[in-house]
Design a protein around this ligand. Structure first.
Ligand code: SAH
Length: 219
């Protein structure tokens, strides 16, 4: 996975935007974002913009992926949970930085496409599952890090319950129509400590699974 000129330009842009963690920049440099976007948007794959991936969902903007990944402070000893696999791009970036990445998506065909990309890129430390991520992944808990890539109105208790001591959650919180806040939660000895990392715009975190009929319709 060697980086092309457009990819290197994107990494320079991220650096300019204040992303300083060289491990994060290195991971982004090595994951080909073009493999995670639909063919019709491939020429925009290295622009700093969110792009549609079907089912009304989007692959996040690279600066947002970089900001969230940096804020998560992932090490190669960590087991990390992602809610909202989408294209699989954020999962792929994280998988380069952690020991094992668990990811949950509620749209079955988005999940299947993401899994095919993980195989093609030989990202073998990712375990992906179809399901409602607001419940977390109790069988594999606790997690050192949890990242939610869809915006909820509140932070689900099941996620804070599945966080290891000293663990970190990064989650966008707020209404779809309003400006959402990116929130960082640290599980300290005497309780959860929250901080505000600024504004973001995400698709909503939706509890439950799509209806079977909607699943059968082509994206
Ligand atoms: N991390 C993704 C961003 C995808 S957009 C990427 O890098 O491409 C957010 C995703 O969250 C959508 O695919 C949406 O279907 C999913 N999602 C929303 N609510 C969810 C829930 N309760 N459980 C699992 N996935 C959910």
């Amino acid at each position: 996975m060697s980086a092309g000129p457009r990819q290197l330009r994107l990494v320079m842009e991220l650096r300019r935007q204040g992303i300083g963690d060289t491990r994060v920049l290195g991971a982004i440099e090595r994951i080909p974002r073009e493999s995670f976007v639909p063919a019709t948007f491939r020429d925009q794959a290295y622009e700093d913009t969110a792009l549609p991936i079907g089912h009304g969902q989007t692959i996040s903007q690279p600066t947002v992926v970089a900001r969230m990944t940096e804020a998560l402070q992932v090490s190669d000893r960590h087991r990390v949970l992602e809610i909202g696999t989408g294209s699989g791009y954020q999962a792929a970036v994280l998988a380069r930085l952690c020991r094992r990445l668990y990811t949950i998506e509620r749209h079955r065909d988005l999940l299947q496409s993401a899994e095919a990309r993980f195989r093609d890129l030989r990202l073998h430390n990712i375990t992906a599952r179809w399901g409602d991520g607001t419940k977390g992944w109790p069988e594999s808990a606790p997690f050192d890090r949890i990242i939610v890539t869809a915006a909820g109105l509140e932070i689900p208790d099941s996620l804070t319950d599945q966080l290891a001591p000293g663990g970190i959650i990064i989650i966008p919180v707020g209404e779809r129509t309003e400006v959402q806040r990116l929130v960082r939660i640290v599980a300290e000895e005497d309780g959860l400590v929250c901080s505000d990392l600024g504004t973001v715009r995400f698709v909503p975190l939706v509890a439950g699974l799509p209806r079977a009929a909607a699943e059968r319709r082509p994206a």
